[in-house]
Design a protein around this ligand. Structure first.
Ligand code: PEP
Ligand code: MN
Length: 319
């Protein structure tokens, strides 16, 4: 029986002519597009580790954590200046002030920044500070936001919707790509399932990592913090994600001496744990992870492949 709107992964070449492997032979069956974020290479030779607070709360907390993340050996700083919260009465983020704090944190540590943008009207403002724009799980289906970030000349971290199928996730990425921006990193952050909320926040879908890599050449990373919601689970989940082929990790970190975090404190790890995760990522056997051959680097590499893969506007965005 055929049903309206029903799609399967066989439809990916039609849904995603720009991002599917079959529609883009230059990446072959295993090639990964390298997404360069201010010198940090997603899909490159080694996993990328991003650490930082859930929310930018104040200068001392974020800049202090940025230094801790740097000392731990991580590659990038995360932190939300605009927060999508379940209740509109909860802390919504420090907004513009938060962006200024992130900018100071980058200046002091040299760590590139990824931060969330929730509103198409705010893309310009957030893109002035962010090295990479995050589209959160709740906004993965926000097609006008996807188009707008696609027009921003910045790499995008696209989280998987918490109830999104792989087809829907890749379709969302295609909305960004259609605007000429192929510098997209996919981020699995846990999906709703039977045990959600009973012993973990979501279900970390490790199986989607190789599945996504089979269908698209985009790098795939994992957020073990939101996927588990439990600080003690973050380190083993990080290792598992790398074993399953993740190109990197996005991890929430807190230091309670700055006060209890305004959001997601229960899933935040400390700097010592982050250090161990970074060490694991550095020494991790990359033979499984890099089963995909690296081609088409947006920062160089296979120039011919990259030229074929990217519209001119996208190439400029990855500088
Ligand atoms: C976040 O990373 O800050 C966040 C809100 O995550 P998610 O969109 O995955 O819930
Ligand atoms: Mn959070």
């Amino acid at each position: 029986m055929r049903i309206a709107g029903q799609v399967s992964i066989d439809d990916i070449p039609n849904i995603c002519p720009l991002l599917s492997r079959t529609a883009n032979s230059q990446y072959g069956e295993r090639g990964t597009r390298v997404v360069d974020v201010a010198g940090v290479r997603f899909g490159g030779e080694r996993p990328v580790v991003i650490g930082g607070p859930c929310a930018v709360e104040n200068h001392a907390q974020t800049v202090g954590l940025a230094h801790a993340v740097k000392r731990a050996g991580a590659d990038m700083l995360r932190g939300g200046a605009y927060k999508p919260r379940t209740s509109p009465h909860d802390f919504q983020g420090a907004g513009l002030e938060g962006l200024c704090i992130l900018s100071i944190a980058r200046e002091e540590t040299g760590l590139p920044i990824v931060t969330e943008v929730m509103d198409p009207r705010m893309v310009g403002q957030v893109a002035q500070v962010a090295d990479m724009l995050q589209v959160g799980s709740r906004n993965m289906h926000n097609y006008s936001l996807l188009a707008e970030v696609g027009r921003a000349r910045k790499p995008i971290l696209l989280k998987r919707g918490m109830s999104a199928s792989l087809c829907e996730w890749l379709g969302a990425a295609e909305y960004i790509a259609k605007q000429g921006n192929l510098d997209i990193v996919l981020c699995e952050r846990g999906i709703r399932g039977f045990p959600s909320g009973e012993y973990s926040r979501y279900v970390l879908d490790l199986n989607v990592i190789p599945a996504a890599k089979m269908l698209t050449f985009l790098p795939v990373v994992v957020d073990p913090s939101h996927a588990t919601g439990v600080a003690a689970m973050v380190e083993p989940a990080s290792r598992a994600a790398l074993e399953m082929g993740s190109h990197g990790l996005l991890i929430e970190v807190a230091d309670f001496s700055f006060g209890e975090p305004k959001c997601d404190g229960l899933q935040a790890i400390d700097a010592a744990t982050l250090t161990r995760i970074v060490e694991f990522a550095r020494t991790h056997d990359t033979s499984l992870r890099n089963q995909a051959r690296v081609v088409g680097s947006s920062s160089g590499g296979d120039g011919a492949a990259a030229a074929h893969a990217q519209p001119a506007s996208a190439k400029a965005s990855s500088a």
